[in-house]
Design a protein around this ligand. Sequence first.
Ligand SMILES: [Zn+2]
Length: 395
Amino acid sequence: MSAAQVSKAADPIAALAELVAFPTVSNRPVTDLAAWLAERAESAGMRVERFETSPGKCNVLASAGPQDSDGLLLSGHMDVVPVDGQDWSSDPFVLSEREGRLHGRGSCDMKAFLAAVTCALTELPLRRLDSRLMLAWTHDEEVGCHGSRALVDRLQEQGRDLPSLALIGEPTDFRIFRAHPGHTTMRIRCVGRPCHSARPELGVSAIEVAADVLAGLRRLQAQLALEKPALDPMVLGALAHPYPLINCGRIQGGTAVNILAEHCELLVGVRQLPGQEGEALVRRIAEAAAEAAEPWERQGARVEVQPMHEAPALLTPAGTDLERLLRPHASDPQPGAAPFATDGGNLARMGTRCLVFGAGSIDVAHRPDEYVPVEHLLRMTRMLPEIIRARCVTA
Ligand SMILES: [Zn+2]
């Protein structure tokens, strides 16, 4: 590497600009960005594997250090949420620095972490580690943690393991989160009997059925908020909502204003707490929907609940070695709970204890003019080699 290449490799702002320029919205291919990350890891001296899930979709796993040793896993997702309909002040896929903030889609969620790790690699003796350092870059986290699920399935099939500790670099304003709810999604299909809207007694509107199903879900939500989940009180106290949240995020139905709709479909998510089964909550939602739709079913309507995906919740015990290493860098020494799901829920299936910690704020993620403060990005890039050395280099 020439001196110019070294300084470019170690400049996290330049790296973030390159990463933001890949428009890796979850419904689009991620392979170019994956190749970029793989190339950076390889040229830093890591062994890199690509796990293709489907055309255009792959996960990247990089490792350095003795294969049979424990160490540290750093993980982040490569996909970003869409920008459709959002009012941006500048091109979302061109990183723009204004008043100490780096704006761009994915700048904070979570390409800042990818940039910081990429640059931190150049500071480390990767060919002489005493313990294993691994990187897991995943696809489609934003739409249900699909990439990490596929990666974990594949590693389990191959009988492989991961380091016992993992840092998930999601934006947390440098707070340490050791727990978060999961997210379980389902499709609720309401089927009515179409007819002319001038003769409503001849049919059933699927939209009316769906309206009652939604009212039933609202009643279930109120009931869930009163239930006391069996969970570590510290974690429960740290959750913004100490009960599962239900949301209908999309509704689609009907064909014309003068027809009673035959179909109406709801996409519903429920955020199960650690220790709760997503499946059990899907069953309760199905019961609430069936009860709400019962009068319509007697008139020939039908309601079906089809489970889609489950991103598991996360609960890491307090006091891990990684928590100790992060604490001096944290904005709050007391670990808390994140309100959002991460790949950590799937990675924990490998027995890996995950903490969520990173630059930027989730409050500006997914929004127009998303940004990461320059100072946060630089701070993350500076602290990573120190944390990795403490875990992976005995000296
Ligand atoms: Zn994220």
